[in-house]
Design a protein around this ligand. Structure first.
Ligand code: TPP
Ligand code: MG
Length: 306
């Protein structure tokens, strides 16, 4: 167990509030992808957090040329990205309640009408190819920005991911960082087919951060580095520091599907549906209590710091 820092507490409070928004918007929309949105929340928060996040970005100027890019390849995890973009100030928070409505800027899968969304996704497997293309374009323009790309573990069953993986190392795209959200599940089962993950990325010429992962029945017994802000921020920093070393970086992390709604955590079948009333209330109660405790801890830190 590592000891908490103020940074960890601030990141965790931000992520807890994001999770509440994710659950709220999904419950009110009545449909959408709960599992993967909540497994990747801490990854996205470690990238986007206004103070501690690793990405250079400006909500007031989403098209700022020098920005780092984030491509959500697993486009169904859109609610997590929307909640974070709103919290960072890309668009008003009330928009979250238009999720999945006709003509809303917040569709069920990401598209580029949403301020801050870099690429359209939803058909799995395409985002890493987009990340490669964006990186090559930035290289031509002599813009030295990172391009982070989030992949689902089930998503890496797609052949196009491996074409892109091969091309990223062949073209020495050091600015590309692929993140694999290993929650151990896809729509309807376990992601057996994709193991071993680390060995594959290494074989495709990537620098890899994160241990070899495997499926474990009790995920709570696992090292859940995908919910560890210290691990995540150091990994993304390392990828950024290595960007001129001519080799793309893959960050592989263990996470829990539906993290934040105790009744839905790790439940196969929690993938593509909104929480029902009981699950919604369970999650909101749990997260509100957690947020209150974190606020108290932060207050204590402030008192001690004088
Ligand atoms: C090309 C394609 N095939 C199938 C789907 C349907 N689909 C949506 S999500 C999903 C499972 C993805 O699992 P994973 O990548 O592990 O995502 P997560 O567990 O984070 O939700 C599938 C098969 C799709 N969106 N695109
Ligand atoms: Mg998965």
């Amino acid at each position: 167990m590592h000891s908490y820092s103020v940074n960890d507490l601030e990141l965790e409070l931000f992520a807890t509030e994001v999770r509440m928004d994710v659950i709220d918007m999904l419950y009110k929309a009545g449909s959408g992808h709960t599992g993967g949105s909540l497994s990747c929340t801490d990854i996205l928060v470690s990238l986007y957090h206004p103070k501690h996040g690793i990405m250079k970005h400006d909500p007031k100027n989403p098209k700022w040329e020098e920005r780092d890019r984030f491509i959500l390849s697993a486009g169904h995890k859109a609610p997590a990205l929307y909640a974070i973009l709103a919290k960072c100030g890309y668009f008003p928070r009330e928009k979250l309640y238009t999720l999945r409505k006709i003509n809303s800027i917040l569709q069920g899968h990401v598209f580029t009408n949403t301020p801050g969304v870099e690429a359209q996704a939803g058909s799995l497997g395409q985002g890493l190819s987009i990340a490669n293309g964006v990186t090559m374009a930035l290289r031509l323009k002599k813009v030295d920005s990172m391009v982070y790309c989030l992949l689902g573990d089930g998503e890496i069953n797609e052949g196009q991911i491996w074409e892109a993986a091969k091309n990223a190392s062949y073209h020495k795209l050091g600015n590309v960082c692929a993140i694999i959200d290993h929650n151990g599940e896809r729509i309807d089962g376990i992601t057996w087919e994709i193991y071993p993950i680390r060995k594959k990325w290494e074989a495709f010429g990537w620098y890899v951060i994160g241990e070899e992962v495997k499926w474990t029945e009790d995920r709570k017994e696992m090292e859940l580095d995908g919910h560890d802000y210290n691990f995540l921020t150091n990994a993304f920093k390392e990828a950024k520091e290595r960007r001129n070393d001519n080799q793309p970086t893959a960050v592989i992390v263990n996470t829990i599907k539906s993290k934040g709604i105790p009744m839905m955590e790790n439940v196969v079948g929690s993938h593509g549906r909104a929480p029902n009333k009981i699950e919604y209330e369970d999650g909101m109660r749990y997260l509100k209590e957690k947020a209150e405790k974190l606020k108290v801890k932060l207050y204590e830190f402030e008192l001690r710091a004088g």
